[in-house]
Ligand binder design. Structure first.
Ligand SMILES: [Fe+2]
Length: 279
């Protein structure tokens, strides 16, 4: 296997609040799909310029308000406040709890493709965000497992049908509890539409099942892949500072937020791009 480019790259000397030149757009896009997570420091954005910046690279991800997901109860279709101690906002989400590694919207028919988080207010000792490279995760699998999983579909149950914080990461045992909501099985090995690379499309956060696999085989495979993901070393840890903008490839990575002290203020704003049905 070839060595993978390091996950995460800082890009300096671009003011992303301004319209981008063609060359800048190209440079950013190449960095995004090579390094999967890119970082801009000391940016001064408002809601509109954050959206304008990201929409250089695709169409907005707009929530369907009939399907619960993060922010679907808010009237703002494209921008979500990820905030703790953020009572100045009408709908701040995600509080201070641990959010286990996941790709956003994996339960939807068409999950978002790319997101940008902008740090608005970050007090000391708040939590970092940590990304894992799922292209590397696929490439590092044993050849035998690659063959075994090549046609398997993964069902990720939408956690937002359950009370916030009540869903734990687990392999579903149908005799006990079938999680509510619509089901959108996706390839466990998906192909990136831009890079053409294969990606292990699995999260460690939600209720999961492999389609048409019996429970004992399913949970065994789930544990194997879970251990594999937990052993990955191609990760990027971002310690937030006000003015940071981090853009990530939501197809090729999963991200994790550790728990932090509930009294600490931490406010970020997220905008996302729409994506295709994974294949
Ligand atoms: Fe997320």
């Amino acid at each position: 296997m070839k060595t993978q480019p390091i996950l995460g790259k800082q890009i300096d000397d671009i003011d992303i609040s301004k319209p981008l030149y063609t060359q800048q757009k190209k440079l950013i896009e190449e960095a995004l799909y090579t390094h999967k997570v890119i970082v801009f420091k000391n940016q001064k954005l408002n809601d509109q310029t954050q959206k304008n910046f990201l929409f250089n690279f695709g169409e907005p991800f707009v929530m369907n308000h009939d399907t619960p997901t993060l922010g679907s109860d808010s009237t703002n279709d494209c921008l979500i406040v990820v905030g703790n101690q953020a009572s100045e906002y009408k709908n701040p989400y995600l509080g201070f709890q641990e959010v286990l590694p996941h790709s956003d919207h994996q339960w939807l028919e068409k999950p978002s493709s790319v997101s940008a988080l902008h740090a608005i207010k970050i007090e000391e000792n708040s939590s970092p965000t940590i990304w894992y490279d799922m292209q590397t995760a696929y490439e590092l699998l044993d050849e035998k497992i690659k063959v075994e999983i090549q046609n398997i579909k993964i069902i990720t149950y939408n956690p937002f049908y359950r009370p916030f914080g009540s869903v734990s990461s687990k392999y579903v045992k149908r005799e006990f509890d079938i999680p509510p909501g619509e089901i959108n099985p996706h390839p466990l090995v998906r192909t990136h539409p831009v890079t053409g690379k294969k990606i292990l499309y699995m999260n460690l956060a939600y209720e999961i099942e492999f389609e048409n696999i019996d429970y004992s085989n399913g949970i065994e495979l789930y544990k194997t892949l879970q251990n594999h993901i937990n052993s990955l070393t191609n990760i990027y840890t971002h310690n937030w500072e006000v003015g940071d903008v981090v853009v990530w490839d939501n197809r090729a990575t999963i991200h994790y937020r550790p728990h932090f002290n509930e009294k600490i203020k931490r406010v970020l704003k997220r905008v996302s791009l729409s994506g295709e049905k994974p294949y």
